[in-house]
Design a binder for this molecule. Structure first.
Ligand SMILES: NC(=O)c1ccc[n+]([C@@H]2O[C@H](COP(=O)([O-])OP(=O)(O)OC[C@H]3O[C@@H](n4cnc5c(N)ncnc54)[C@H](OP(=O)(O)O)[C@@H]3O)[C@@H](O)[C@H]2O)c1
Length: 322
């Protein structure tokens, strides 16, 4: 079968690899669509601690059909359409993963849509669930044009919140507005600039901030929390958070701010399954749309990851094995 391995911190390569065999408690999935995200860029660069390194296959999410099961896995799973979350190995025509890392994809949802929602939707959904984002809350989404951000914007809106999306260009802002953002902050312009009628008013504060960016501006965004505000840090495309950034939390303790740090790695399989059910319901009700930036053949995974790395995609980049 075809698979894609990390050749160096700067390059991926297509190889012919033996078909994996499911072991005890595992399933083999015949892959129809693969999610490519910033986390794969970090894996390639050697910046993702869990990735085994050069020679290994990246890829943490695929949609396909269960083709075979290993010992101790019910035969009834064979043929089921699933979103599979392997611990890497996803950039391939077939992948083996633990049976408790597969989630059912109903026939009503296309494979590309399912993988475009995938992990990103679970990050966004569980993050908003953990911070208790609710009707009437003002929610700020940093990295709103990204894979997680476009889903966080929609899910926050579906929960009844008033969403402000931070993005980098008017065209991206217009698309986020279509996805339910009430206000747009253009991160490339000074905070006070912009008199468009959808710009967030200067000095606005928030009940909830969903942040996939971190980086040097983290402290400025922590300072935007309202009393009892909740800040959930889910990623770091702008650079790793620095301890000094947390100073506003201590300085403003009398306003009772809370910082959540959140990684899907720490979520139990049963909680992933509950979140995925809520996401499937939102997709089927038309309250959530998968946002697909581009599709690439699996054999062009190297170019796809460079595109992800450029920061230009709006939504999800998807690889197709055939
Ligand atoms: N918590 C978890 O379990 C989990 C799971 C998967 C991924 N992640 C992490 O979450 C982060 C986001 O992932 P993603 O797939 O959404 O990334 P992505 O698709 O690359 O999107 C990130 C977005 O952030 C904005 N951005 C980029 N550089 C920026 C900068 N320097 N300052 C401010 N904004 C910037 C860009 O949007 P605009 O140009 O529109 O502003 C970009 O589209 C990554 O760090 C990833 O590793 C976390």
């Amino acid at each position: 079968m075809k698979a894609v391995v990390v050749r160096s911190s700067a390059e991926l390569a297509v190889v012919d690899a033996p078909e994996p065999v499911p072991g005890r408690g595992q399933v083999l999935v015949d892959v129809d669509a693969i999610g490519a995200g910033y986390v794969d860029v970090m894996a390639r660069r050697g910046e993702y601690a869990y990735f085994p390194g050069v020679g290994s296959v990246p890829g943490l999410e695929v949609v396909g059909r269960v083709a075979a099961v290993g010992p101790d896995v019910p035969e009834g799973l064979v043929g089921r359409r699933v979103l599979a979350l392997p611990a890497f190995g996803g950039y391939a025509e077939k992948v083996v993963t633990e049976a408790d890392r597969v989630l059912t994809v109903p026939g009503s949802i296309d494979a590309v849509d399912a993988v475009a929602a995938g992990v990103n939707a679970m990050v966004a959904e569980i993050a908003l669930h953990r911070v208790g984002a609710t009707a009437g809350d003002r929610v700020l989404v940093r990295g709103a044009g990204g894979g997680i951000g476009v889903l966080a914007t929609q899910i926050a809106r579906a929960r009844g919140a008033e969403v402000t999306a931070v993005t980098s260009a008017p065209a991206r802002g217009a698309r986020l507005r279509d996805l339910g953002a009430a206000h747009i902050v253009d991160r490339t312009r000074p905070a006070t600039a912009g008199s468009d009628d959808d710009s967030a008013p200067a000095g606005e504060t928030y009940d909830v901030v969903v942040d996939t960016v971190a980086g040097p501006d983290l402290a400025d965004h922590l300072a935007l929390l309202r009393p009892n505000g909740r800040y959930i840090l889910c990623g770091g495309v702008g650079g790793a958070p620095e301890v000094a950034s947390l100073e506003p939390l201590l300085r403003d303790f009398h306003r009772s701010p809370t910082l959540f740090a959140f990684s899907l790695n720490s979520v139990a399989p049963e909680d992933l399954a509950l979140s995925w059910k809520r996401i499937v319901a939102l997709l089927e009700e038309g309250r959530l749309s998968a946002v697909i930036d581009r599709r690439f053949p699996l054999t062009e995974a190297d170019a796809a990851l460079r595109w992800v790395e450029s920061g230009k995609p709006f939504g999800k980049v998807v690889l197709l094995p055939r």
